[in-house]
Design a protein around this ligand. Structure first.
Ligand code: SF4
Length: 409
């Protein structure tokens, strides 16, 4: 059976067609949100505040008007993110690519710089996996690679989840949409690590304790200790899988392995399945903002110019259908000749095309980004859709229903 996806164009002629104030809340209404929410319900809006240097994340007013809409219905909104990979800079004193997002304190500071505060949102703001990513729920899942995933623990405080996602390209996943916002955005810090590298987590307990000095110091749960013989001990019961010990491990005594791009995508979708399993399929409302479609994720400092024009807002109760429709609309668009894809001579700039197949991609073997100047095709974007459909998260078949806003033109 096909799933319904509602489409509100990015074209606007007057204030009544505002993407932020009217089309976002209307997109929620179309998928039945207004009828489902009861007075006093706690509603969490999960979005991305953007890496410190990023400028293509969703503008705060998109989220503010969703908060106002939730309040108009008598419910209580909160705006949330989850901790990024790595150890907070306040713990390490070292600025890395992941700085600014590794813990609640530094991420809310980044959010403030980007315009997201409790004042601007008119709502509480929080990290779904706690102060440093240790608030977790272990959820059993019948995934392709995982049978248990680390769902962000504070999800349990909420009655409904609005996934307000910036749809864009992604160097590893092919694209970032609703599925990725579930499988990376709604799992804990450790859930993100496991999606990227898998479940391997081996300690060399024979190494001298001096090799573990930093790891012992940073462990926030005291899961790591020293035996009378001067060897490392790890209490698995206490471990909350934040992987901060690995982040500061300078001696390669902790091995978390690595994953191929295909494995990463599959693991991410397994995580998404766990989040849905835990929170409940009928309590999640999906909005994809298909605007500022760059090839980079919001979690990077890079913010290249978009490779297609703004498309609009999509809403659905089906994460697979909404992502498939976003992909299709991107592929029906003309490519921006001034974008990175405009530089690739071997792909057509006139016809609709599978643009996401040509965006720069991360090469796990070299650890570098391949900017793909030769226009090599890579259909990694399709893997997450296929896997998600196979796992029963939704369907790639959809009815696209365009909703015309009132125009005063
Ligand atoms: S042992 Fe490592 S992963 Fe576990 S809680 Fe401590 S720092 Fe986090």
């Amino acid at each position: 059976m096909k799933s319904d996806v509602y489409y509100f164009t990015a074209r606007t002629f007057n204030y009544k067609e505002s993407l932020s104030r009217f089309k976002g809340p209307s997109a929620l209404e179309k998928i039945g949100f207004n009828n489902r929410v009861q007075k006093g319900d706690n509603v969490v809006i999960k979005t991305h505040f953007g890496a410190l240097e990023n400028v293509r994340y969703l503008r705060p007013s998109y989220i503010r008007f969703l908060c106002d809409h939730v309040k108009d219905l008598g419910a209580v909104p909160s705006v949330a993110e989850s901790c990024g990979w790595g150890a907070p800079e306040e713990f390490t004193g070292i600025h890395t690519e992941y700085s600014g997002r590794a813990g609640e304190k530094e991420y809310l500071e980044t959010a403030k710089i980007h315009g997201f505060t409790e004042e601007t949102m008119g709502a509480n703001m929080l990290m779904l996996d706690g102060l440093v990513g240790t608030n977790i729920i272990k959820q059993a899942v019948n995934g392709k690679r995982f049978n248990e995933v680390l769902v962000a623990g504070r999800l349990k405080e909420f009655d409904h989840l609005i996934l307000a996602t910036h749809f864009k390209g992604h160097g590893s996943a092919g694209f970032g949409g609703a599925i990725k916002n579930l499988g990376i955005g709604c799992v804990s810090k450790g859930g993100k690590v496991q999606a990227h590298v898998g479940k391997k987590f081996d300690f060399n307990f024979e190494a001298p304790i001096s090799d573990y000095e930093n790891c012992l110091k940073i462990c926030p749960t005291n899961a790591l200790g020293e035996s009378p013989e001067g060897k490392l001990i790890r209490d698995e019961e206490k471990c909350r899988y934040c992987y901060m010990c690995k982040s500061v491990c300078k001696n390669n005594v902790i091995d978390t392995g690595s994953s191929t791009r295909e494995e990463f995508i599959t693991q991410m979708v397994d995580n998404a399945a766990g989040v849905i399993e835990y929170f409940g399929k009928d309590k999640i409302f999906y909005l994809n903002y298909v605007i500022d479609v760059t090839w980079q994720c919001d979690c990077t400092g890079g913010s290249d110019i978009p490779f297609v024009s703004d498309i609009g807002i999509l809403s659905s109760l089906d994460p697979v259908a909404i992502d498939q429709s976003a992909v299709d609309l991107v592929h029906l668009s003309k490519v921006n000749p001034h974008s990175i894809l405009g530089n690739i001579g071997s792909i057509s700039k006139e016809k609709s095309h599978d643009w996401l197949s040509y965006i720069p991609r991360f090469d796990p073997k070299t650890g570098k980004m391949d900017l793909n100047p030769d226009g090599k095709e890579s259909r990694h974007w399709e893997i997450q859709l296929k896997v998600a459909e196979e796992l029963g998260l939704g369907t790639r078949d959809y009815n696209l229903i365009e909703v015309k806003a009132e125009s005063k033109k």
